[in-house]
Write a protein that binds this ligand. Structure first.
Ligand SMILES: Nc1nc2c(ncn2[C@@H]2O[C@H](COP(=O)(O)OP(=O)(O)OP(=O)(O)O)[C@@H](O)[C@H]2O)c(=O)[nH]1
Ligand SMILES: [Mg+2]
Length: 329
């Protein structure tokens, strides 16, 4: 299961009611009002948890409610504030309301955004005494907490994205250069959900994401469609993986570019590397030598089976991530 979209209702806690109370002391026959204020309702927050990679933990959550404020009490006691509710989300989570307005975005570790606020507590009758009203028998009710229907959308944040037709060897290459162990098999659409791997060097760790296979016509719903391309949008650079032995390398590359453009017209120019894979198979090395990548990109040749070209591939991935950041331009 890989959940990258959820909807739920966030409910701030209601404020507690103010109290109606009068002093009762020995030797004070007619005590004044001393009803305290209600506590404010709790708020609902989204907070970054850098260890999370999915929204799975929020699937099936219909309502995220914060606690109600406690009512005020005699002797001017203010009620306790309602308990906040904090929803942990992975980095790259966008939160919008039912109208599509952006409510907040979690991009960096430690970030927290308020989704709905709790209601104010009502004022106790101690506030309502005046020269003309010495025995105020009323206090304010607490205000209701805010309620909002929200949609959470995860856009994985990875420096580099691997994109290509089904079965080209994306998972094999990801496994060869990173910590990820995605499923690899000899049929299309083995990878059904984005796979994240960390490529480590002595000094840094770089996140690489593989998205499911992209077919010609994906924008019209073929294969797995193209919605998963949102996980590519935040990558600094794109790497296209093509099967060099499939007999249609140039066409495959053109189709991938076309489908990227249909999702977001800016994506094709972020292609920095085209990898012709399976060069252990007959004819593939020649294909790699002849193929020209789109402007601004280079071509590399690899075999995930023999290991040929893998060191060079990893080196280039690290290099393009260090020198390009197209997601911000
Ligand atoms: N001969 C050869 N086979 C390869 C190479 N790389 C991958 N394969 C095989 O090609 C098939 C597909 O590999 P995957 O890594 O699952 O390809 P993918 O692009 O992730 O496929 P999907 O996730 O289904 O889109 C598997 O049977 C792999 O063993 C290679 O360099 N040479
Ligand atoms: Mg795969």
């Amino acid at each position: 299961m890989f959940v990258d979209e959820v909807e739920l209702e966030a409910r701030g806690g209601d404020g507690g009611d103010g109290a109606v109370s009068f002093r009762r002391e020995r030797f004070v026959p007619r005590g004044g009002p001393d009803g305290g204020d209600g506590g404010r309702g709790g708020s609902v927050y989204a907070e970054a948890d850098a260890r999370l990679r999915t929204l799975n933990h929020l699937a099936g959550v219909e309502v995220a409610a914060a606690g109600r404020g406690v009512d005020g009490a005699g002797r001017k006691r203010t009620g306790a504030a309602g308990k906040d509710r904090v929803l942990s989300v992975p980095l790259g989570t966008e939160i919008g309301d039912a109208e599509g307005e952006v409510v907040g975005e979690i991009v960096r570790a430690g970030e927290r955004v308020v989704l709905v606020r709790g209601g104010r507590g009502g004022r106790g009758n101690v506030h309502f005494a005046s020269a003309t009203m010495q025995v105020p028998r009323y206090a304010e009710k607490g205000q209701p907490g805010e309620r909002r229907r929200l949609r959470f959308t995860l856009k994985i944040i990875a420096e580099v994205a691997l994109v290509g037709p089904p079965n080209a060897g994306k998972s094999s290459l990801l496994a060869a250069i990173s910590s990820a162990r995605p499923k690899i098999a000899a049929y299309p659409f083995t990878t059904l959900a984005p796979q994240l791997g960390l490529v480590e060097t002595a000094t840094e760790a770089l996140a690489v994401v593989e998205v499911p296979g992209l077919l010609e016509g994906a924008s019209a719903g073929r294969g797995l469609g193209h919605e998963f391309l949102r996980h590519v949008e935040r990558a600094r650079a794109l790497v296209i993986v093509i099967d060099g032995a499939g007999g249609a390398a140039a066409r495959d590359l053109a189709a991938v570019r076309e489908e990227l453009a249909r999702y977001n017209a800016d994506l094709p120019r972020r292609i920095r590397l085209v990898v012709v894979n399976k060069i252990d198979l007959p004819g593939a090395a020649e294909v790699a030598a002849e193929l020209s990548g789109p402007a601004g990109s280079e071509v590399a040749a690899t075999s995930a089976v023999t290991g040929e070209g893998l060191r060079e591939f990893k080196r280039r991935v690290l290099e393009i991530a260090a020198t390009h950041d197209d997601s911000r331009s």
